[in-house]
Design a protein around this ligand. Structure first.
Ligand code: FAD
Length: 293
C-alpha cells in the first residue's frame, strides 16, 4: 500500500525505523529484531540507507522482506549523494522487482573527505532533484526529510522551508522529521510550513535516548536543542545507564502523548534496532491509539 494512502485511513500513523546490520554481520540479525517489532503492529517500517559502504545494498533486501514476508508496509530510504544518476535509476528497477512501493528520497550527508567530488553533473545535487526523478517513475509514493530546527547545513530556517517547499512541488507526498526533544519547536515548525503552503502529513521523528554517548553523537549530527527538562535527566542520570534508559523511554512516551493530543499525523520511532524499548514505548500509547481510531 502507498504510505500516502495510509495517512488517509489513520488518525495517527505509527511507524518504526530500523537500520541494516553492518556488512560484516549476518543480515539475519535484523530479522530477529523484526520478529519482535512486528508485535507492535506498526503502520509501516522504514529501512535506512548507508551513504557509503555496502550496507546500503541491504536496504532493499530488508524492505522487501518486511513487505513480502512480514506483511507490513515498508519504506526504503534512498540517498543520492554517493550514487550516479544511472545507479539511482537501476535502484528504482530493483525496488520495483521487490514490490517496494514507498521511497524516502534524500540527498544524504556530504562526506567529510575534502576530496569528495560534489556536486558533479553525473549526480543529483539536492533531494528535490531526486524526488523529481522518483516522481517521473510514476509508481512510488514519495516521502522527504524535514527539519523542525532547520537542517545543519542551511544558512537560515526560512531558506530551509523554501527548499522543503521545492521537495513538495517536485512530488513529495509525506514528510518525516529529524528527531527533536522539544515539542514546542515542532509546533512552531508546523506553523511555519503551514504559512509556506505545505499541507502534507508530517510524521514526528522520536528518538528514545538510551545512553550518554548516543546523545553526544546525535545532538552534534542533528543539531537539535536540549530543553531544560531533558537536560536535567541527562545531568542526573548520565553516569547511571539503567536509570538513563528508563528516563529516556519515559521522556519519549511523554513527548508522543503530547504530540498525539496536539493532533500529529504520524509518529516515527527511531528504534535503533532495540525492539524491547520500542515495544515498551508503543505499548504505553496502545490504548490511546485504539481509542482514538
Ligand atoms: P536536501 O533537501 O537536499 O537538503 C540538504 C541541504 O541543502 C539543506 O541545508 C537544504 O536547506 C539545502 N538545500 C536544499 N535544496 C537546495 C537548493 N535548491 N539550493 C540550495 N540549497 C538547498 N541519511 C542517510 O544517509 N541515510 C538515511 O537512511 C537517512 N535517513 C533519514 C531519515 C530522516 C527522517 C531524516 C530527517 C534524515 C535522514 N538522513 C539519512 C539524513 C539526511 O540524508 C541528511 O540530513 C542530509 O544532510 C540532507 O538530506 P535531505 O534529503 O534533507 O537534503
Amino acid at each position: 500500500m502507498k504510505i500516502k494512502d495510509i495517512f488517509e485511513t489513520k488518525k495517527t500513523v505509527i511507524s518504526l525505523e530500523v537500520f541494516p546490520p553492518k556488512i560484516d554481520s549476518p543480515v539475519e540479525t535484523i530479522f530477529k529484531t523484526l520478529d519482535q517489532l512486528k508485535d507492535i503492529n506498526p503502520d509501516f517500517i522504514s529501512v535506512t540507507y548507508g551513504a557509503g559502504g555496502k550496507a546500503k545494498d541491504r536496504t532493499v533486501e530488508i524492505a522487501s522482506k518486511i513487505k513480502n514476508e512480514y506483511h507490513i508496509e515498508s519504506l526504503a530510504h534512498l540517498t543520492c549523494i554517493s550514487a550516479t544518476k544511472k545507479q539511482i535509476k537501476e535502484s528504482f528497477e530493483e525496488m520495483r522487482v521487490n514490490n517496494i512501493e514507498n521511497i524516502l528520497a534524500m540527498r544524504g550527508d556530504i562526506p567529510e573527505d575534502p576530496d569528495f567530488d560534489f556536486p558533479n553533473p553525473l549526480q543529483y545535487e539536492h533531494a528535490s532533484d531526486l524526488i523529481k526523478e522518483v516522481k517521473a517513475e510514476g509508481d512510488f509514493s514519495i516521502g522527504a526529510a524535514c527539519y523542525p530546527e532547520g537542517h545543519v547545513d542551511c544558512e537560515s530556517k526560512v531558506k530551509d522551508v523554501k527548499y522543503l517547499k521545492q521537495k513538495v512541488e517536485m512530488g513529495a507526498e509525506f514528510l518525516i522529521t529529524q528527531l527533536f526533544f522539544d515539542n514546542e519547536l515542532f509546533y512552531r515548525f508546523m506553523d511555519e510550513i503551514d504559512l509556506a503552503g505545505i499541507n502534507l502529513p508530517v510524521s514526528a521523528g522520536i528518538l528514545p535516548v538510551l545512553n550518554k554517548n548516543q546523545i553526544i553523537r546525535i545532538t552534534k549530527l542533528a543539531g537539535c536543542a536540549i530543553p531544560p527538562k531533558f537536560q536535567r535527566i541527562l545531568n542526573r542520570y548520565e553516569d547511571n545507564p539503567e536509570a538513563l534508559k528508563e528516563a529516556g523511554e519515559a521522556y519519549a512516551i511523554e513527548q508522543i502523548i503530547d504530540l498525539m493530543a496536539w493532533g500529529v499525523r504520524g509518529i516515527h520511532l527511531y528504534t535503533m534496532n532495540k525492539p524491547d524499548t520500542a515495544k515498551r514505548i508503543i505499548g504505553n500509547i496502545e490504548n490511546i491509539r485504539k481509542l482514538q481510531g
